[in-house]
Design a protein. Structure first.
Length: 199
C-alpha cells in the first residue's frame, strides 16, 4: 500500500502516516481486498462512523450500540460495542475505528472473528471515490471451524458497505442537519473534519 500527501497549495505534510502492526506480522494473512466506486464525498463516508444509530437501523445489529469517541488533533477513535445475532446465539462484539486525517483509517474487530480492516478511500473525481477494503486476520482463523466464521465476517462487513453505498450514492450534504437523540456526535465530527480543508 502506498500513501501519499496531497495539498492544493503545496503545503508540506502535517502529520505522519501510521503503521498497523498486523500488516507486517507473519502470523496474519495477506490482505484480502474488495473494491467499490462510491458516488459521494470522503466526508459523508467518514461521517458514517460516528452515526451509531445506523448500525441498528441500516445494518440490523441486535442491540443499539454504545459508543465512546476520542478526539485527539488529527486523530479520531471510536469504540463501539454491539451485540450480533448468529446461528449460535448472540455474540458481543467490539469495533475500534481509528481515523488519522481524512485519508487513513483502520478498524479492528473482535467478537465473531478477529479482523483488521484498512480502508483505502481515494477521491478520483468530484463526488466519486474508489474504496478498497483490505482485510487481514490471524492465520490461526483460516483453518477448522473458525475459518467459516472468519470468512463470513468479511462477507458481512462487505454486505454492510453495500447497504451504506445505497445511501452515500444519493446523500446530500446539509450544513445544518436535523440531529436526533441517539444519532451520535455528527456535529462534533464536522468540527473535527473541518480542519482538513485548505479553504
Amino acid at each position: 500500500m502506498i500513501s501519499f500527501w496531497f495539498h492544493p497549495h503545496g503545503a508540506p505534510p502535517q502529520w505522519e502516516v501510521e503503521a498497523f502492526p498486523e500488516a507486517s506480522d507473519p502470523d496474519w494473512t495477506d490482505y484480502e481486498i474488495h473494491e467499490w466506486r462510491v458516488f459521494g464525498s470522503l466526508q459523508n463516508m467518514a461521517e458514517n462512523a460516528v452515526d451509531v444509530a445506523h448500525f441498528r437501523y441500516v445494518h440490523g445489529t441486535a442491540t443499539f450500540p454504545t459508543s465512546e469517541m476520542i478526539w485527539d488533533g488529527v486523530r479520531r477513535t471510536s469504540v463501539i460495542k454491539a451485540g450480533l445475532d448468529t446461528p449460535q446465539g448472540r455474540v458481543e462484539s467490539r469495533i475500534e475505528a481509528r481515523m488519522i486525517g481524512p485519508g487513513q483509517s483502520a478498524t479492528r474487530f473482535t467478537g465473531i472473528a478477529e479482523t483488521l480492516l484498512v480502508a483505502a478511500v481515494t477521491p478520483v473525481e468530484k463526488d466519486e471515490v474508489r474504496v478498497r477494503f483490505c482485510f487481514t486476520q490471524p492465520k490461526s482463523q483460516t483453518g477448522g471451524a473458525s475459518a467459516l466464521a472468519a470468512r463470513g465476517f468479511i462477507h458481512e462487513v462487505c454486505r454492510q458497505l453495500d447497504q451504506d453505498k445505497v445511501i452515500w450514492d444519493h446523500q446530500r450534504y446539509l450544513s445544518k442537519p436535523i440531529i436526533c437523540d441517539g444519532d451520535g456526535p455528527i456535529l462534533r465530527f464536522r468540527q473535527y473534519y473541518n480542519q482538513f480543508y485548505a479553504d
